[in-house]
Design a protein around this ligand. Structure first.
Ligand code: ADP
Ligand code: MG
Length: 335
């Protein structure tokens, strides 16, 4: 088995290369942005790419390339079942509803009239989200009808950028105050508000739909569960101060005794049912019951703060966690 690995610094690929070297698995680093990518992988049996939703190039063709390689008969990571709904909360609404998964009640509209009619009738607050984005960058609370109407009108006119530079600046300022990042990082975000990075210049605007969810109040954390094969990793993440959003807060709460085992079980069952190579789930709680917020294939490679994993029988196994290694081991059936 020869593996083609697409390199991206800071992604799973850093660890995959080390793993292949350690285990003497033949591998080759390939460049997906070159026109001859299919020739490059011709002598390989498998292809792995931890692409980024924040790179406009990856967003343009990563899924299409992966599906094509999978159709040609090679093993790919991530495969179709794992990735078609990635960075796509619209797709995930239909996916979870189709299997009766306990998704946070979600409402989507594809015309301004339908959306306005709805916002004038529902109880508030509601949570507004864009289809894509991570770290809660495109998630906000709608407290008033006026705010809801404004968002709807924008969605059906100029649309939204896929990443809000002012939001990033605010987030970086918060992290700067907490001494998590230095001044250079903060200044870079400031400049970004005026000089748009390629990702924003070249990505299409989000428009023509609106996505809302019921606001599930009282959650001081969310629960992040990652399932790969029969290993289930989990932790809670604290919400930002004075905010309802945990994603992107970097407040990691790995104490396993505080992780709701029902989330662990649910994430495992959903991963099996959906046949996912990896399922990175976020849960919140409503009246004590877990509700799914979203699923993803990609995540920060570093889960070393977690003290181990649950097996498929939900028994906890103490062990150091190297997530990218667990992924490649499971992918190559070497565990
Ligand atoms: N409907 C909701 N009600 C209450 N809190 C929510 C709701 N949806 C999301 N959250 C909170 O906001 C965070 C970000 O939402 P999420 O949909 O996961 O966006 P992202 O893709 O940016 O991570 C979640 O981690 C959770 O803490
Ligand atoms: Mg999330």
């Amino acid at each position: 088995m020869k593996v083609a690995i697409c390199e991206r610094k800071g992604s799973f690929s850093d660890y995959w290369k080390i793993y292949c070297e350690k285990k003497c698995i033949p591998f080759k680093v390939v460049d997906v942005y070159r026109n001859d990518i299919l020739e490059q992988i011709a002598d390989c049996d498998a292809f792995m790419w931890h692409f980024s939703h924040l790179d406009y190039k990856d967003a343009l063709f990563a899924k299409q390339l992966l599906y094509s390689i999978e159709l040609s008969g090679k093993k790919v990571f991530p495969d179709f079942r794992t990735v078609w709904h990635f960075d796509d909360k619209l797709g995930q609404k239909y996916l979870f509803e189709s299997i009766n998964a306990p998704l946070v009640p979600t409402y989507v509209f594809y015309t301004k009239e339908d959306a306005l009619d709805w916002i004038n009738r529902v109880t508030l607050p509601k949570v507004f989200k864009l289809r894509g984005g991570a770290g809660a960058s495109n998630v906000c609370l709608v407290r008033s009808r006026r705010q809801g109407v404004k968002l709807i009108k924008k969605a059906f006119s100029s649309g939204f950028e896929q990443y809000n530079s002012f939001y990033l600046l605010k987030e970086r300022y918060r992290k700067f105050c907490q001494k998590e990042i230095g001044l250079t990082f903060l200044l870079k975000s400031f400049l970004r508000c005026f000089i748009k990075p390629d990702f924003l210049r070249l990505s299409p605007k989000e428009k023509g739909y609106v996505y809302f969810q019921d606001f599930i109040s009282g959650n001081e954390t969310d629960t992040r569960i990652v399932v790969v094969g029969n290993k289930i990793i989990g932790e809670r993440r604290g919400v930002r101060k004075g905010d309802f959003r945990a994603s992107g807060s970097h407040i990691l709460l790995p104490d396993v005794s505080k992780v709701d085992i029902r989330c662990v079980k649910l994430a495992y069952e959903l991963s099996v049912e959906l046949k996912l190579q990896i399922g990175v789930f976020d849960f919140i709680h409503h009246n004590g019951m877990p509700l799914v917020v979203e699923v993803s294939y990609g995540t920060d490679p570093d889960y070393t703060e977690c003290e181990g994993y649950w097996d498929e029988k939900l028994a906890f196994v103490h062990s150091p966690i190297n997530l990218p290694e667990i992924i490649i081991e499971n992918f190559l059936n070497l565990h």
